[in-house]
Design a protein around this ligand. Structure first.
Ligand code: AMP
Length: 285
């Protein structure tokens, strides 16, 4: 295997500086590892737009709540490095927790507005953890471009918001969600599911499509969303955290398809929490 792995901010900066001195552009792909084809599609998008691509793998403790899956989150660095190497990624940045959060660390990036509601309600502190670590990664690597998945649509909105608010010069690129053949969005957390749960999981995407079809037929979100959530419970989901229609850009609540919207869902299947979202646009838009 030939991809280089660096673990300190100093080494990362030295690599990026070396590339910059040669006039090369640099893209960053932040991840938590346990990589799948969805992550690799971000690397491909980055490679199309920049000369050098750095992927970070860091399971960020500050974005997990006390009862969440931080300790059991899958960690498989060797496999990740092989996949990144095969995808043409140039460097893997895999810092330790101590490198990212040295003793005395006391700063939080808190983003208002788009962090509220949806996952922000169910996972208090989650987006502050994400915003803090992504801000650090952007300042550490100083990339021209940073690439994120639409799979985590609210997270992408949060990142776009603080990047603008803090005048972070990197271009933020969102990449469409890669799905399994049956429609399930690829996710590192899919590995948690039993075979029985895995067979039920595609209902999440179907439920989103059902809401999109209903909106296109002129129905209201207030009627469609509770029915879709109920359908998920009947399919075998344990609970639905939310099923909502939002303005695609601002994430403000939307009640009908009179502008581009995003339909977002989070639901629990056994012990696994799954999230997904799709877009819908008015005809002719
Ligand atoms: P994670 O490792 O889950 O934190 O994800 C790292 C990045 O990969 C985030 O920007 C995610 O939105 C993105 N991502 C995760 N799953 C997918 C997918 N199925 N398709 C495209 N991007 C994804």
């Amino acid at each position: 295997m030939s991809i280089d792995i660096v673990r300190s901010v100093a080494e990362l900066r030295a690599r990026v500086r070396y590339w910059r001195d040669q006039g090369l552009t640099v893209a960053l792909v932040p991840t938590m590892g346990a990589l799948h084809q969805g992550h690799l599609s971000l690397v491909s998008a980055a490679l199309e737009r920049a000369d050098r691509v750095v992927t970070s793998v860091f399971v960020n403790p500050s974005q997990f709540g006390p009862n969440e899956d931080f300790s059991r989150y899958p960690r498989q660095e060797e496999r990740d490095a092989e996949l990144l190497d095969g995808a043409g990624c140039h460097l893997l940045f895999a810092p330790t927790v101590a490198e990212m959060y040295p003793d005395g660390f006391a700063t939080t990036i808190a983003v208002g507005g788009v962090s509220e509601g949806l996952c922000g309600t169910v996972r208090p502190g989650h987006f502050a953890g994400v915003a803090t670590v992504v801000t650090k990664l952007l300042l550490q690597a100083l990339p021209d471009l940073a690439v994120f998945g639409e799979k985590d649509y609210q997270q992408l909105a949060v990142i776009r918001r603080f990047a603008r608010d803090l005048d972070i010069p990197a271009v933020i690129l969102g990449v469409p969600t890669l799905r399994e053949a049956d429609g399930l969005a690829m996710s590192s957390r899919n590995a948690y599911m039993t075979a029985e749960e895995r067979a039920i999981a595609p209902w999440l995407h179907r439920a989103l499509q059902g809401v999109a079809d209903g909106l296109r037929a002129g129905a209201l979100a207030a009627d469609l969303c509770p029915k879709a959530a109920d359908g998920l419970l009947k399919a075998g989901f344990a609970s639905v955290d939310y099923m909502e229609v939002r303005d695609a850009a601002s994430l403000a609540p939307a009640d009908r398809l009179d502008r581009p919207v995003r339909i977002l869902v989070a639901a629990r299947l056994g012990k696994t929490r799954l999230i997904d979202n799709i877009g819908a646009v008015p005809e002719g838009a």
